[in-house]
Design a protein around this ligand. Structure first.
Ligand SMILES: Nc1ncnc2c1ncn2[C@@H]1O[C@H](COP(=O)(O)OP(=O)(O)OP(=O)(O)O)[C@@H](O)[C@H]1O
Ligand SMILES: [Mg+2]
Ligand SMILES: [Zn+2]
Length: 278
């Protein structure tokens, strides 16, 4: 069907204060957004994610969605990206993907999603140690995307090569004022001897850059993957409270029974066992 506003030219006439001019038609933005969304490399598992379908059942999650929404709605106006940190399954990747999708759809920006480990693997496969360079073909879109999501930062323990490569990407984006959203399981505690600290995983230089270019957001909540099929907000709150108390056994160590009890409305039972998920 031919667009009734622009006749498929992509430009539509508008009248302002008696003068006529042409502006980009919405159909053009929709088309560009659609094309760019296909090119954004967002994993299928996260195609359904939006800010609207993210359940915020506690204060930390409410704050996280509010900040994510601010970045999405003010794009490209926001001066800082985000670093979403928290335990497995709290919805870090969900929020990052939701912002990326919204920005691409509403502005037609070039957005890109990468799992950090996958990205490093791809870069490494084209790395030529004799001349210490990587194919620019891979690096260029990562460095120049209007919005980049780097998922699971720190999953790969830093090495000289990883650090060099990540610093190149992050510094280039920082210098060009391009927004980046990171997610990480590792806590931002200033202890480089603690193997579960972000500092231990990514090093001083990178951490300090991240603090300049991102707002750090801690997400505290249940492991959504533990939610029973027909579970709702109340179950999430129960799971979250149990996780805080360290009561929820990890999957395979009574986790199934725990979920069954939750389904039967006996969510307050005390279980012995380790920490959930992690
Ligand atoms: N608060 C939420 N509301 C709605 N869906 C959620 C929420 N939290 C998580 N999910 C869903 O649960 C699944 C797991 O969430 P997600 O992958 O975002 O977790 P994560 O914090 O990135 O975990 P990990 O640390 O393991 O990467 C996804 O399908 C996501 O859409
Ligand atoms: Mg994730
Ligand atoms: Zn049109």
């Amino acid at each position: 069907m031919v667009c009734p506003h622009c006749d498929d030219t992509g430009w539509k006439p508008v009248e302002e204060n008696g003068t006529r001019r042409v502006v980009r038609c919405d159909c053009w933005r929709d088309q560009i957004g659609h094309k760019r969304l296909l090119e954004a490399n967002i994993p299928k598992r996260y195609h359904h994610c939006t800010l609207a379908n993210f359940s915020a059942y506690n204060e930390s999650l409410e704050q996280a969605v509010a900040k994510a929404r601010r970045v999405a709605e003010s794009f490209p106006g926001s001066s800082k990206g985000l670093l979403l940190e928290g335990q497995p399954g709290v919805g870090k990747t969900h929020l990052a993907a939701a912002v990326l999708k919204q920005v691409i759809q509403t502005t037609g920006a070039r957005g890109l999603f990468y799992d950090t480990r996958d990205l490093l693997r791809i870069i490494r496969s084209t790395y030529d140690p004799s001349i210490r360079t990587t194919e620019l073909e891979i690096l260029r879109p990562v460095m120049t995307a209007d919005l980049l999501v780097l998922d699971d930062l720190g999953a790969e323990k830093t090495s000289e090569w990883v650090e060099e490569t990540m610093n190149l990407i992050v510094n280039t984006r920082y210098n060009e004022r391009r927004l980046t959203i990171f997610t990480s399981n590792y806590q931002d505690i200033p202890d480089e001897t603690e193997p579960n600290s972000l500092l231990f995983r990514i090093g001083h230089r990178m951490r300090s850059r991240l603090h300049e270019m991102c707002e750090f957001i801690q997400m505290d909540g249940a492991d959504y993957r533990e939610l029973p099929v027909n579970g709702g907000i109340d179950d999430l709150i129960t799971l979250w409270k149990m996780r805080r108390k360290g009561q929820l056994p990890a999957p395979g160590r009574g986790g199934r029974q725990a979920r069954a009890q939750l389904r039967d409305g006996k969510g307050d039972l005390k279980w012995s066992g380790g920490r959930a998920g992690s």
